[in-house]
Design a protein around this ligand. Structure first.
Ligand code: SF4
Length: 211
């Protein structure tokens, strides 16, 4: 089977399995999505959602968070990994958004990546979800699953992102990001992929399949 055909089949199966899907993070605005995504590094979405129920419940907008001290933010998010660094970044980013963007988030990756604590992955996530800009954010699941499957063949996240953008039709970028995350969480797990029950078994190029 040719590469293009194989990738097309993989995407069809992922789409049939996971459909139109989105982030597991809870949010009510682009600002909240940005902060939740920033908090999710080195933590789980479930933990971030628990923390943010109270944090965003008390301080829903950028201008509300901008009024808090770093210590006050820490007290809300201390059960999230790397909370001290994240609290500093959330304080600075919220101030910038409140003062320069009227509480919204910037429209471009360049501006987003200038915000404290916001890297390329976070920028891609919020651009694709909040601004409908096609993008593929490569997190640990997307990196692992796409390289196992053969949708990419790269040793780092940036090269993986570039190859995925080349191999996947642009209109499917944002959804493919979510499909790969869900497949990584449910089936193609890091330590023991559940290959025997994987719908992509025949199409997957991973040499160490768990069957
Ligand atoms: S066959 Fe195994 S390695 Fe390949 S995608 Fe499925 S679970 Fe992952």
């Amino acid at each position: 089977m040719k590469k293009k055909e194989r990738i097309g089949r993989i995407l069809q199966i992922l789409e049939a399995e996971y459909g139109t899907t989105g982030t597991a993070l809870d949010y009510d605005s682009p600002f909240q999505l940005l902060i939740a995504t920033l908090m999710a590094a080195q933590s789980t979405d479930v933990r971030v959602n628990i923390v943010n129920k109270k944090f965003f419940g008390d301080h829903p907008r950028a201008r509300d968070v901008a009024r808090l001290s770093v210590e006050e933010i820490e007290s809300y998010i201390k059960t999230v990994g790397l909370y001290k660094t994240k609290a500093r970044n959330i304080a600075k980013t919220s101030k910038i958004l409140a003062e320069q963007y009227d509480g919204d988030i910037p429209e471009t990756r360049e501006e987003l990546e200038k915000l404290p604590g916001v890297g390329r992955k976070t920028a891609n996530v919020v651009l694709s979800i909040a601004k409908n800009v096609p993008a593929i954010a490569v997190d640990t699941h997307v990196f692992r699953v796409s390289n196992r499957l053969g949708l990419a063949s790269a040793g780092d996240v940036l090269k993986t992102e570039m190859q995925l953008m080349k191999n996947i039709p642009r209109e499917k970028w944002s959804q493919a990001h979510h499909w790969l995350i869900w497949h990584g969480r449910r089936v193609c797990k890091a330590r023991k992929p559940l290959c025997a029950g994987c719908s992509l078994l025949e199409l997957c190029s991973f040499k160490e399949k768990n069957v």
